[in-house]
Design a protein around this ligand. Structure first.
Ligand SMILES: Cc1ncc(COP(=O)(O)O)c(C=O)c1O
Length: 398
């Protein structure tokens, strides 16, 4: 594994080189929506357009060959990040995590499964496709609870012949799926499969996923310092059984009047990638995966702890664990959208509302609108200082 140890510092912190385009007045705290893009990623995306503007998998001229090589490298490097082997898994691309979830759920061999399981703190991008699949295919649906730390509460027998789809880090409050590998082991023993919505983990704590035995791991480039695209890893044995609803150019090895043959073998991931892909983004993902190797997660967590304490000091009810990069709260004396507006006046960019998690936050565990402050690799002391000042103003409004 290549993770940088917490006490090993590069000569210049990446925040000073990769995000030097930020002005001292910009305080971006919305990484749970989108991380900022490192300069190296932006440059790579431009370089694709000016120096390699070719399509993948279809031509043999020099630019096209370069694109093919780069795509293969990115597929391998993504599996490296997850500590997975190319023997057992393949990487596929798409639009975003939402699309990957929908693509997989509708492509699964449903004659092998009779139940679909998710948790109560899921993003609508998981919750809604699960609801729709259960309704359309007449499958049982279970919505299980998570404990305060994020572990899923389940009985082993509930996992029999089940498709389990669940986030590894909640975008509500940063809770992590602490019993993930036990869940996967139990699900496999019961004939189930586990699909991980890992999009909030890959940009904040990717080493947590190392060597996972999940059947699919899904993420979004835009939440992990990359271009806007979907990226996922899937077990070869499961990918071979998929029959995607979306098919078209690039997904088949042969077509006759009434039949077609989906790609397989080395081309297996292509059956999930209908039509031309976001080549510039895939090209630039190489830089993203390099960037992740250099990231200082220890520093990010230290800043998160500072924000947690500042929020508590300013009278907020804080939902997140102290170390989480996603710090979510509400102020008993001030509506969250007003808090967001006050912070915005100082160019402090946060998210307010229910973050596309309506079921949990309006029905299961009703709460007022929330304020979410999410940190990243670009976060600096000056951001925390600006936030502290504004929180003092908010506290004084009591
Ligand atoms: C936990 C979680 N899952 C899924 C999604 C959907 O991601 P995307 O919009 O990239 O498809 C989000 C987006 O915020 C999320 O936080």
């Amino acid at each position: 594994m290549f993770w940088k140890s917490s006490n090993q510092k590069s000569p210049l912190p990446s925040s000073q080189t990769e995000f030097s385009y930020l002005s001292l007045q910009d305080h971006y705290f919305d990484t749970a929506c989108q991380t900022l893009r490192p300069q190296s990623v932006i440059d790579a995306e431009c370089a694709y357009y000016t120096q390699n503007n070719a399509c993948g998998g279809r031509s043999s001229y020099q630019w096209a060959k370069m694109v093919d090589q780069r795509i293969s490298l990115v597929r391998r490097s993504f599996l490296d990040v997850l500590g997975l082997s190319t023997r057992d898994y393949v990487t596929f691309f798409g639009l975003n995590t939402t699309q990957s979830i929908n693509t997989l759920l509708w492509a699964l061999p449903w004659d092998e499964y009779d139940t679909i399981i998710t948790s109560d703190i899921e993003h609508n991008s998981v919750f809604l496709p699960v609801m729709k699949v259960a309704q359309k295919l007449s499958k049982r649906r279970h919505i299980l609870e998570r404990d305060e730390q994020g572990a899923l509460l389940y009985e082993k027998t509930q996992l029999t012949n089940a498709v389990i789809i669940i986030n590894t880090t909640s975008n509500i409050d940063g809770r992590e799926l602490l019993n993930r590998e036990q869940l996967i082991q139990d699900a496999h023993a019961e004939g189930g499969v586990v699909i991980l919505d890992a999009c909030q983990t890959l940009g904040h704590n990717p080493q947590m996923l190392s060597k996972t035995q999940a059947d699919a791991i899904l993420g979004s480039g835009h939440k992990m310092y990359g271009p806007s695209l979907g990226i996922g890893a899937i077990r070869r044995s499961l990918a071979e059984k998929l029959d995607p609803l979306t098919i078209g150019g690039g997904t088949v090895s042969g077509v006759s009047e009434h039949r077609y043959t989906l790609l397989s073998g080395d081309d297996l991931p292509l059956r999930l990638e209908a039509g031309l892909q976001q080549w510039a983004g895939i090209w630039a993902m190489k830089e993203t995966l390099e960037f992740l190797k250099q990231a200082d997660w220890h520093q990010e967590r230290a800043f998160a702890t500072q924000v947690h304490k500042l929020l508590q000091k300013s009278g907020a009810t804080v939902l997140s664990q102290p170390y989480s990069s996603v710090q979510t709260c509400y102020f008993p004396h001030l509506e969250s959208s007003l808090v967001g507006d006050l912070l915005a006046k100082k160019n402090i960019m946060v998210r307010t509302g229910y973050f596309c998690c309506h079921y949990y936050l309006t029905e299961k565990h009703p709460l007022p609108h929330l304020v979410r402050i999410s940190l990243g690799q670009h976060t600096q002391d000056s951001d925390i200082e600006a936030l502290e000042k504004s929180l003092q103003t908010i506290q004084a409004l009591r």
